[in-house]
Design a protein around this ligand. Structure first.
Ligand SMILES: Nc1ncnc2c1ncn2[C@@H]1O[C@H](COP(=O)(O)OP(=O)(O)OP(=O)(O)O)[C@@H](O)[C@H]1O
Length: 352
Protein backbone atom coordinates (compact mmCIF):
# COMPACT_ATOMS: atom_id res chain seq x y z
CA UNK A 1 0.00 0.00 0.00
CA UNK A 2 1.58 3.24 -1.10
CA UNK A 3 2.24 6.67 0.30
CA UNK A 4 1.29 9.28 -2.30
CA UNK A 5 4.08 11.61 -1.22
CA UNK A 6 7.24 11.66 -3.28
CA UNK A 7 5.66 10.58 -6.53
CA UNK A 8 5.11 12.82 -9.52
CA UNK A 9 3.21 12.64 -12.75
CA UNK A 10 4.29 10.20 -15.45
CA UNK A 11 6.97 11.82 -17.58
CA UNK A 12 7.83 11.10 -21.17
CA UNK A 13 8.59 7.43 -21.60
CA UNK A 14 12.04 6.24 -22.61
CA UNK A 15 13.01 5.00 -26.03
CA UNK A 16 12.31 1.30 -25.84
CA UNK A 17 8.66 0.30 -26.23
CA UNK A 18 7.60 -3.36 -26.21
CA UNK A 19 8.68 -5.11 -29.37
CA UNK A 20 6.70 -4.04 -32.40
CA UNK A 21 4.89 -1.22 -30.60
CA UNK A 22 6.10 2.29 -31.43
CA UNK A 23 6.84 4.38 -28.32
CA UNK A 24 4.19 6.95 -29.25
CA UNK A 25 1.46 4.29 -29.46
CA UNK A 26 2.68 2.74 -26.23
CA UNK A 27 2.45 6.13 -24.52
CA UNK A 28 -1.08 6.64 -25.81
CA UNK A 29 -2.09 3.15 -24.69
CA UNK A 30 -0.65 3.80 -21.22
CA UNK A 31 -2.44 7.14 -21.02
CA UNK A 32 -5.74 5.50 -21.98
CA UNK A 33 -5.22 2.79 -19.37
CA UNK A 34 -4.51 5.46 -16.76
CA UNK A 35 -7.67 7.39 -17.64
CA UNK A 36 -9.73 4.21 -17.46
CA UNK A 37 -8.23 3.38 -14.08
CA UNK A 38 -9.13 6.84 -12.76
CA UNK A 39 -12.72 6.37 -13.95
CA UNK A 40 -12.96 2.96 -12.29
CA UNK A 41 -11.63 4.52 -9.08
CA UNK A 42 -14.33 7.18 -9.19
CA UNK A 43 -17.09 4.64 -9.80
CA UNK A 44 -15.72 2.43 -7.02
CA UNK A 45 -15.73 5.40 -4.62
CA UNK A 46 -19.41 6.00 -5.41
CA UNK A 47 -20.25 2.34 -4.89
CA UNK A 48 -18.29 1.61 -1.72
CA UNK A 49 -20.46 -0.63 0.45
CA UNK A 50 -20.83 0.98 3.89
CA UNK A 51 -21.06 -1.72 6.56
CA UNK A 52 -19.43 -3.26 9.58
CA UNK A 53 -17.53 -6.43 8.65
CA UNK A 54 -19.33 -8.60 11.23
CA UNK A 55 -22.75 -7.76 9.72
CA UNK A 56 -22.05 -9.86 6.62
CA UNK A 57 -18.89 -11.83 7.32
CA UNK A 58 -17.59 -14.06 10.03
CA UNK A 59 -13.90 -13.52 10.77
CA UNK A 60 -12.21 -16.93 11.05
CA UNK A 61 -8.54 -15.99 11.62
CA UNK A 62 -5.75 -13.66 10.64
CA UNK A 63 -3.95 -14.61 7.42
CA UNK A 64 -1.22 -12.03 7.66
CA UNK A 65 -0.18 -8.52 8.51
CA UNK A 66 1.86 -5.96 6.63
CA UNK A 67 3.06 -2.41 7.15
CA UNK A 68 -0.22 -0.99 5.92
CA UNK A 69 -2.93 -3.52 6.57
CA UNK A 70 -4.20 -6.70 8.10
CA UNK A 71 -5.56 -9.63 6.08
CA UNK A 72 -8.16 -11.92 7.64
CA UNK A 73 -9.91 -15.08 6.48
CA UNK A 74 -13.68 -14.54 6.49
CA UNK A 75 -16.72 -16.49 5.39
CA UNK A 76 -19.87 -14.91 4.02
CA UNK A 77 -22.55 -15.34 6.70
CA UNK A 78 -25.25 -16.57 4.30
CA UNK A 79 -23.31 -18.35 1.61
CA UNK A 80 -20.31 -19.64 3.61
CA UNK A 81 -17.84 -18.62 0.87
CA UNK A 82 -14.30 -18.34 2.30
CA UNK A 83 -12.48 -15.16 1.27
CA UNK A 84 -9.52 -13.01 2.27
CA UNK A 85 -10.40 -9.53 3.51
CA UNK A 86 -7.68 -6.88 3.46
CA UNK A 87 -8.38 -4.19 6.04
CA UNK A 88 -6.64 -0.82 5.86
CA UNK A 89 -7.18 1.50 8.85
CA UNK A 90 -8.89 4.73 7.75
CA UNK A 91 -6.76 6.60 10.26
CA UNK A 92 -3.59 5.85 8.29
CA UNK A 93 -4.93 5.28 4.76
CA UNK A 94 -5.95 7.89 2.22
CA UNK A 95 -9.13 6.93 0.37
CA UNK A 96 -7.40 7.58 -2.97
CA UNK A 97 -4.57 5.19 -2.09
CA UNK A 98 -7.02 2.50 -1.07
CA UNK A 99 -9.02 2.94 -4.28
CA UNK A 100 -5.83 2.85 -6.33
CA UNK A 101 -4.60 -0.42 -4.80
CA UNK A 102 -8.02 -2.02 -5.12
CA UNK A 103 -8.62 -0.94 -8.74
CA UNK A 104 -5.13 -1.87 -9.95
CA UNK A 105 -5.51 -5.32 -8.35
CA UNK A 106 -8.93 -5.64 -9.99
CA UNK A 107 -7.58 -4.67 -13.40
CA UNK A 108 -4.82 -7.31 -13.22
CA UNK A 109 -6.69 -10.12 -11.49
CA UNK A 110 -7.62 -12.07 -14.63
CA UNK A 111 -4.06 -13.40 -14.85
CA UNK A 112 -3.64 -16.93 -13.40
CA UNK A 113 -0.58 -15.92 -11.34
CA UNK A 114 -2.22 -12.78 -9.91
CA UNK A 115 -4.60 -12.95 -6.98
CA UNK A 116 -8.30 -13.11 -7.94
CA UNK A 117 -10.65 -10.40 -6.70
CA UNK A 118 -14.32 -10.66 -5.72
CA UNK A 119 -15.10 -7.13 -6.88
CA UNK A 120 -16.34 -6.01 -3.45
CA UNK A 121 -14.86 -2.95 -1.73
CA UNK A 122 -16.19 -1.86 1.65
CA UNK A 123 -15.97 1.00 4.12
CA UNK A 124 -16.61 0.40 7.83
CA UNK A 125 -16.34 2.86 10.70
CA UNK A 126 -12.62 2.07 11.14
CA UNK A 127 -11.43 0.52 7.87
CA UNK A 128 -11.45 0.42 4.13
CA UNK A 129 -11.40 -3.14 2.85
CA UNK A 130 -11.73 -5.43 -0.13
CA UNK A 131 -12.44 -9.12 -0.61
CA UNK A 132 -10.22 -11.45 -2.60
CA UNK A 133 -9.08 -15.02 -2.96
CA UNK A 134 -7.63 -16.60 0.19
CA UNK A 135 -4.38 -18.54 -0.12
CA UNK A 136 -4.57 -21.25 2.50
CA UNK A 137 -0.90 -22.27 2.22
CA UNK A 138 0.47 -18.88 3.29
CA UNK A 139 3.24 -17.08 1.41
CA UNK A 140 6.66 -17.98 0.03
CA UNK A 141 8.54 -16.73 3.10
CA UNK A 142 6.84 -19.46 5.15
CA UNK A 143 8.58 -22.26 3.18
CA UNK A 144 12.07 -20.77 2.71
CA UNK A 145 14.37 -22.67 5.03
CA UNK A 146 17.06 -20.36 6.45
CA UNK A 147 20.52 -21.21 5.03
CA UNK A 148 18.95 -23.74 2.63
CA UNK A 149 16.15 -22.16 0.56
CA UNK A 150 13.52 -24.33 -1.13
CA UNK A 151 13.84 -27.39 -3.41
CA UNK A 152 15.08 -26.47 -6.87
CA UNK A 153 11.97 -27.76 -8.73
CA UNK A 154 9.78 -25.57 -6.49
CA UNK A 155 12.05 -22.55 -7.06
CA UNK A 156 11.75 -23.02 -10.82
CA UNK A 157 7.98 -23.47 -10.73
CA UNK A 158 7.71 -20.36 -8.65
CA UNK A 159 10.06 -18.31 -10.84
CA UNK A 160 8.20 -19.31 -14.01
CA UNK A 161 4.87 -18.10 -12.64
CA UNK A 162 6.30 -14.89 -11.21
CA UNK A 163 7.84 -14.13 -14.63
CA UNK A 164 4.45 -14.64 -16.25
CA UNK A 165 2.74 -12.31 -13.73
CA UNK A 166 5.44 -9.61 -14.02
CA UNK A 167 5.45 -9.79 -17.82
CA UNK A 168 1.69 -9.28 -17.75
CA UNK A 169 2.00 -6.30 -15.40
CA UNK A 170 4.78 -4.78 -17.52
CA UNK A 171 2.75 -5.32 -20.70
CA UNK A 172 0.08 -3.09 -19.15
CA UNK A 173 2.61 -0.27 -18.79
CA UNK A 174 2.88 -0.85 -15.02
CA UNK A 175 5.76 -1.66 -12.69
CA UNK A 176 4.91 -3.86 -9.69
CA UNK A 177 7.62 -2.55 -7.31
CA UNK A 178 7.07 -4.99 -4.47
CA UNK A 179 8.60 -8.34 -5.46
CA UNK A 180 9.39 -10.19 -2.21
CA UNK A 181 8.49 -13.64 -0.85
CA UNK A 182 5.81 -12.20 1.46
CA UNK A 183 3.85 -11.10 -1.63
CA UNK A 184 3.94 -14.48 -3.37
CA UNK A 185 0.98 -16.47 -2.08
CA UNK A 186 0.90 -20.27 -2.16
CA UNK A 187 -2.01 -22.47 -3.14
CA UNK A 188 -0.03 -25.65 -2.38
CA UNK A 189 3.23 -26.38 -0.54
CA UNK A 190 5.21 -27.22 -3.70
CA UNK A 191 4.66 -23.97 -5.61
CA UNK A 192 2.61 -25.63 -8.38
CA UNK A 193 0.20 -22.69 -8.07
CA UNK A 194 1.34 -19.35 -6.74
CA UNK A 195 -0.14 -15.87 -7.05
CA UNK A 196 1.23 -12.37 -6.69
CA UNK A 197 -0.59 -10.04 -4.30
CA UNK A 198 -0.36 -6.48 -2.88
CA UNK A 199 -0.52 -3.84 -5.62
CA UNK A 200 -0.21 -0.84 -3.32
CA UNK A 201 3.14 0.21 -4.80
CA UNK A 202 2.33 -0.57 -8.46
CA UNK A 203 2.68 2.50 -10.66
CA UNK A 204 2.70 3.35 -14.37
CA UNK A 205 6.14 3.09 -15.96
CA UNK A 206 7.71 6.54 -16.12
CA UNK A 207 6.08 7.85 -12.92
CA UNK A 208 8.67 9.99 -11.17
CA UNK A 209 9.71 8.64 -7.79
CA UNK A 210 11.06 11.37 -5.51
CA UNK A 211 11.13 9.64 -2.15
CA UNK A 212 12.47 6.24 -1.19
CA UNK A 213 11.11 5.08 2.15
CA UNK A 214 13.49 2.51 3.59
CA UNK A 215 16.13 0.51 1.75
CA UNK A 216 15.71 -3.28 1.91
CA UNK A 217 17.56 -6.09 0.08
CA UNK A 218 15.05 -5.85 -2.79
CA UNK A 219 15.65 -2.11 -3.36
CA UNK A 220 17.56 -1.53 -6.59
CA UNK A 221 20.85 0.38 -6.04
CA UNK A 222 19.82 3.32 -8.25
CA UNK A 223 17.02 3.94 -5.71
CA UNK A 224 19.11 3.49 -2.57
CA UNK A 225 21.54 6.13 -3.88
CA UNK A 226 18.64 8.62 -3.68
CA UNK A 227 16.45 9.86 -6.49
CA UNK A 228 17.93 13.35 -6.88
CA UNK A 229 16.01 16.60 -7.32
CA UNK A 230 14.37 15.53 -10.55
CA UNK A 231 13.19 12.18 -9.25
CA UNK A 232 13.73 8.79 -10.82
CA UNK A 233 11.36 7.44 -13.49
CA UNK A 234 9.91 4.12 -12.42
CA UNK A 235 10.98 1.32 -14.75
CA UNK A 236 10.48 -2.45 -15.14
CA UNK A 237 14.20 -2.88 -14.34
CA UNK A 238 13.29 -2.23 -10.66
CA UNK A 239 11.23 -5.44 -10.73
CA UNK A 240 14.08 -7.33 -12.41
CA UNK A 241 16.40 -6.39 -9.53
CA UNK A 242 14.04 -7.51 -6.77
CA UNK A 243 13.18 -10.67 -8.72
CA UNK A 244 16.91 -11.50 -8.84
CA UNK A 245 17.14 -11.04 -5.05
CA UNK A 246 14.05 -13.23 -4.60
CA UNK A 247 15.59 -16.06 -6.65
CA UNK A 248 18.84 -15.80 -4.67
CA UNK A 249 16.83 -16.16 -1.42
CA UNK A 250 14.90 -19.15 -2.80
CA UNK A 251 18.08 -20.97 -3.79
CA UNK A 252 20.28 -20.21 -0.78
CA UNK A 253 18.09 -19.27 2.21
CA UNK A 254 20.17 -16.10 2.54
CA UNK A 255 19.61 -12.50 1.62
CA UNK A 256 22.51 -11.52 -0.63
CA UNK A 257 22.87 -8.33 1.47
CA UNK A 258 20.80 -6.33 3.88
CA UNK A 259 20.92 -3.03 2.01
CA UNK A 260 22.10 -2.06 -1.44
CA UNK A 261 24.54 0.53 -0.14
CA UNK A 262 28.34 0.36 -0.06
CA UNK A 263 28.32 0.58 3.77
CA UNK A 264 26.85 -2.94 3.65
CA UNK A 265 29.96 -5.11 3.33
CA UNK A 266 28.06 -7.90 1.55
CA UNK A 267 26.86 -5.47 -1.08
CA UNK A 268 30.29 -3.91 -1.32
CA UNK A 269 31.79 -7.38 -1.95
CA UNK A 270 29.23 -7.89 -4.67
CA UNK A 271 30.12 -4.60 -6.34
CA UNK A 272 33.85 -5.39 -6.11
CA UNK A 273 33.34 -8.80 -7.66
CA UNK A 274 31.00 -7.47 -10.33
CA UNK A 275 33.46 -4.80 -11.33
CA UNK A 276 36.49 -7.10 -11.34
CA UNK A 277 34.74 -10.09 -12.84
CA UNK A 278 37.43 -12.25 -11.21
CA UNK A 279 36.50 -15.75 -10.02
CA UNK A 280 38.42 -15.29 -6.78
CA UNK A 281 36.23 -12.29 -5.88
CA UNK A 282 33.09 -14.42 -6.01
CA UNK A 283 31.53 -14.08 -2.54
CA UNK A 284 31.47 -17.35 -0.64
CA UNK A 285 27.68 -17.62 -0.32
CA UNK A 286 27.23 -17.62 -4.07
CA UNK A 287 29.18 -20.85 -4.44
CA UNK A 288 26.24 -23.25 -3.93
CA UNK A 289 24.77 -21.77 -7.13
CA UNK A 290 25.49 -23.27 -10.53
CA UNK A 291 27.35 -21.21 -13.09
CA UNK A 292 24.09 -20.98 -15.07
CA UNK A 293 22.14 -19.63 -12.10
CA UNK A 294 24.93 -17.12 -11.54
CA UNK A 295 24.81 -16.02 -15.19
CA UNK A 296 21.02 -15.68 -14.92
CA UNK A 297 21.26 -13.59 -11.74
CA UNK A 298 24.00 -11.52 -13.30
CA UNK A 299 21.49 -10.31 -15.87
CA UNK A 300 18.81 -9.53 -13.31
CA UNK A 301 21.18 -7.86 -10.86
CA UNK A 302 23.18 -5.68 -13.24
CA UNK A 303 24.15 -2.50 -11.36
CA UNK A 304 23.30 -0.40 -14.40
CA UNK A 305 19.49 -0.59 -14.82
CA UNK A 306 19.78 -0.23 -18.60
CA UNK A 307 21.77 -3.50 -18.69
CA UNK A 308 19.33 -5.36 -16.44
CA UNK A 309 16.76 -8.07 -17.19
CA UNK A 310 14.16 -8.45 -18.61
CA UNK A 311 12.56 -10.85 -16.13
CA UNK A 312 11.65 -13.23 -18.98
CA UNK A 313 15.36 -14.08 -19.45
CA UNK A 314 14.86 -16.50 -16.55
CA UNK A 315 12.77 -18.72 -18.83
CA UNK A 316 15.91 -19.52 -20.84
CA UNK A 317 17.47 -21.11 -17.74
CA UNK A 318 14.61 -23.34 -16.58
CA UNK A 319 16.18 -26.46 -18.09
CA UNK A 320 19.59 -25.80 -16.49
CA UNK A 321 20.66 -26.82 -12.98
CA UNK A 322 20.43 -23.85 -10.57
CA UNK A 323 22.42 -25.37 -7.74
CA UNK A 324 25.98 -26.63 -8.04
CA UNK A 325 24.96 -29.74 -6.00
CA UNK A 326 28.41 -30.73 -4.71
CA UNK A 327 30.02 -30.46 -8.15
CA UNK A 328 33.27 -28.55 -8.49
CA UNK A 329 32.22 -24.97 -8.87
CA UNK A 330 32.81 -23.85 -12.45
CA UNK A 331 32.68 -20.24 -13.58
CA UNK A 332 31.57 -21.09 -17.15
CA UNK A 333 27.83 -21.27 -17.76
CA UNK A 334 27.21 -24.67 -19.33
CA UNK A 335 23.61 -24.72 -20.41
CA UNK A 336 21.60 -21.45 -20.51
CA UNK A 337 21.40 -18.69 -23.12
CA UNK A 338 24.51 -16.91 -21.79
CA UNK A 339 26.64 -20.06 -22.20
CA UNK A 340 30.24 -19.00 -22.75
CA UNK A 341 29.72 -15.46 -21.46
CA UNK A 342 31.59 -14.12 -18.48
CA UNK A 343 29.40 -13.66 -15.45
CA UNK A 344 29.03 -11.78 -12.20
CA UNK A 345 27.55 -12.03 -8.59
CA UNK A 346 27.36 -11.17 -4.75
CA UNK A 347 27.14 -12.00 -0.87
CA UNK A 348 24.86 -13.02 2.17
CA UNK A 349 22.67 -12.48 5.23
CA UNK A 350 20.45 -15.07 6.82
CA UNK A 351 16.79 -15.05 6.09
CA UNK A 352 15.24 -14.66 9.50
N1 LIG B 1 -5.20 -13.51 -0.06
C1 LIG B 1 -4.39 -13.86 0.93
N2 LIG B 1 -4.39 -15.13 1.38
C2 LIG B 1 -3.54 -15.51 2.38
N3 LIG B 1 -2.66 -14.67 2.98
C3 LIG B 1 -2.61 -13.42 2.55
C4 LIG B 1 -3.45 -12.93 1.50
N4 LIG B 1 -3.17 -11.63 1.28
C5 LIG B 1 -2.18 -11.32 2.14
N5 LIG B 1 -1.85 -12.37 2.91
C6 LIG B 1 -0.80 -12.39 3.96
O1 LIG B 1 -0.82 -11.13 4.62
C7 LIG B 1 0.44 -10.46 4.50
C8 LIG B 1 0.22 -8.96 4.39
O2 LIG B 1 -0.57 -8.67 3.24
P1 LIG B 1 -0.23 -7.46 2.29
O3 LIG B 1 1.14 -7.66 1.73
O4 LIG B 1 -1.32 -7.31 1.30
O5 LIG B 1 -0.24 -6.24 3.34
P2 LIG B 1 0.52 -4.86 3.29
O6 LIG B 1 0.25 -4.13 4.56
O7 LIG B 1 0.20 -4.12 2.02
O8 LIG B 1 2.03 -5.37 3.26
P3 LIG B 1 3.40 -4.57 3.00
O9 LIG B 1 3.99 -4.32 4.35
O10 LIG B 1 4.20 -5.60 2.21
O11 LIG B 1 3.07 -3.37 2.20
C9 LIG B 1 1.11 -11.11 3.29
O12 LIG B 1 2.52 -11.07 3.39
C10 LIG B 1 0.59 -12.54 3.35
O13 LIG B 1 1.36 -13.32 4.23
Amino acid sequence: HAPAAGEGKPRQLGSGGPEGLPVRREEEANQEAQTLLEEIMEITAQNLVHMEVSEHYQVIRELGKGKYGQVVLVTHRQRGTPMALKLLPKASTKLQNFLYEYCVALSLSAHPAIIGMFGIAIESSQHYGFLYEAALHKDLISIIKPKAGIPEPAAKLCAKQVVSALDFIHSRGLVYRDVKPENVLLFDRHCQRIKLTDFGLTRPRGTLLRLVTGVIPYTAPELSRGTGDLGLPIDASLDAWSFGVLIFCLLTGYFPWEKTVLEDSFFEDFVVWQESGLDEDLPFHWRPLSSDAIAMLRGLLALDPSQRGPVSQVLGYLDCPWRAEGKEWDSKPACGPSRGDTWIMQSPQFLS
